[in-house]
Design a protein around this ligand. Sequence first.
Ligand code: ADP
Length: 345
Amino acid sequence: MAKVVISNISKSYDGKTRVLKDFNLEIASGEMFFLLGPSGCGKSTLLRILAGLVEQDSGSISFDDVDITDLLPEKRRAAMVFQNYALWPHLDVFENVAFGLRNANVKGAELKEKVMEALELVRLADLAKRKVPSLSGGQQQRIALARALAVEPSLLLLDEPLSNLDARLRDAMRNEISRICAKRNQTALYVTHDRQEALSMADRLAVLKDGSIRQMGTPEELYDFPADRFCAEFLGDVNIIPGREENGVFVSPLGNFKYTCKYPEGKLCGLIRPERIRFAADGDEGAFKARLTGRTFLGESCDWKAEANGVEFCIRESAPRSRKLNEEVSLKFDEGYFQLVPERD
Ligand code: ADP
């Protein structure tokens, strides 16, 4: 499968606001790369440019070092899976999956073989003769995936493909898409605003804000070492701890920390994820006192609200114990999980 290089892509729809700003990205062959960002940050625009459905103002795209920037959509070997499936209701499943192949002039036994192989990959070969409206949402999404895969694309583009499915089906489809892409060694670019989808499926991901990449890396890197407050909050719940610099030290209500930041820019704040704060025994080294002020019991975990030295924060306790509100407790966390990052939004 292909290595994809996106170089300096810019796009404005109205000639004023740039939806994508000098966008650069390299996706390795066989990699499942995720773009994560809020609505309107330019994710779908980038996918459409890669598919050849929208024209960029400047920049270039190559698949395996071959420049495809000026190729028509059907010549690019990029196939897209849409949020709303975009299947043809009047055609049966076989013909829906065959669509891209017929356009590429594949016929007869070869056509049948490729369609059935794609349907087997999504485990729906027995539905080949069914009409689309008689299928469930999850089945329709798998047919859309089969149609995209049938043409053996160099790059598979997925635009929020699971947004219309209920939570249980979404989980099952995450596994299914990961399995299929790994089996095919499929290079894929997957767009979503769902952090769990991105964290659980991505080889690497990028957080997008206003048309450019804020941070790129593995799910673990982005979750544990966010580049700024925006990335931290976008990837999961996080406590924002205020503080000030004094002689190279960040002085905060939760303690003093070395004033170092990997991406220094403007005012810094402290971050600690709720699940990184643990209940400790009185007198434990590094422990500090806090008062429990609120409780949200979630079964397998409990979110406690706590207060220490005038700052409120959340603690996520897995396998929760019973504790009293207003109780004074000792807490601690590994200093490595307390990050100083730019406040910028
Ligand atoms: P996302 O997928 O991250 O939600 P989009 O790429 O769809 O973002 O949109 C980025 C920005 O471009 C938004 O402000 C949106 O309104 C605008 N936009 C998208 N498509 C068009 C279009 N066809 N014409 C004009 N503006 C558009």
